[in-house]
Write a new protein. Sequence first.
Length: 114
Amino acid sequence: MRVAVLGCMTMDLAVLKCGKCEPLKLGVHAGALGLAALCGVYNAAAWLSRREMHLAINTVLYTVLTVWEQQHVAHHLAELRRPLTDAPPAQPTTAEKVEEVAAVAAVAAAVLAA
């Protein structure tokens, strides 16, 4: 298998297209969501017990990742439920996604600081 050079994709992979291989993509993101949530809960419990700074940082990072992955899971579920005749829904811009993650991180940091 050749690796894409200089940003030129040499293969047409169905998994990279919206609406294709959605059960696989849903499974991957659901697994990542479960793992992120588990790591976040562990780090929060450890932080409550030991009050070490790195545990608080890990808790915030895993909380943000959990929210991020939940959005991916919701997107793939919506794709699976969407009738085949509908046009694909408009995707949020990267800036909108970054703003949402930043807002979640700010809330998580405020909760940890309290």
